[in-house]
Design a protein around this ligand. Structure first.
Ligand SMILES: [Zn+2]
Length: 150
């Protein structure tokens, strides 16, 4: 595998049409892009460029991470739901879970109700990564930001 030429950051345009060995198919769901440095971690590109997410498999557990629905006009129209349903299809027997930002909690509660994921793990307030999101980032003056590995 040509690991050295892969980029860390997702650039949708660059990945479009880039069907090579770095994409895998899981239970009939295609376009899981292998993470360059971590095993059992994928960027799910099956709904790109409208929406993307990261999927992390750990034994019987699957974490959905870093869900992005790019354009506000495409949110709330089933695009995120369709993507999460794909992840369920790919991992039907896993316990699928998320930590959610406050602005997305309602979405994930619906996903739990529908059985597309199994649980929301964080009860605490957690701002999303979108610093323009006024739900999660009512003030930007403190500069306090969660610093994750992603
Ligand atoms: Zn938010």
């Amino acid at each position: 595998m040509m690991k050295n030429k892969e980029k860390k950051k997702i650039k949708t345009k660059q990945n479009e049409g880039n069907f090579d060995a770095q994409f895998v198919c899981i239970n009939g769901v295609s376009r899981f892009r292998e993470h360059p440095h971590r095993e059992r971690v994928w960027n799910y590109m099956g709904r790109a460029p409208i929406s993307m997410c990261m999927v992390i498999e750990l034994e019987d557990w699957v974490e959905i991470h870093n869900v992005i629905v790019h354009k506000p006009s495409q949110r709330g129209r089933g695009n995120g739901t369709a993507m999460i349903a794909d992840i369920r299809q790919a991992f039907p027997d896993h316990h699928i879970w998320v930590n959610t930002g406050e602005c997305s909690r309602g979405f994930w509660e619906k996903m739990v109700e529908r059985g597309f994921i199994d649980s929301i793990e964080n009860e605490y307030w957690w701002p999303c990564r979108d610093t323009t999101c006024t739900i999660c980032h009512p003030t930007r003056t403190t500069g306090k930001r969660r610093c994750g590995s992603w």
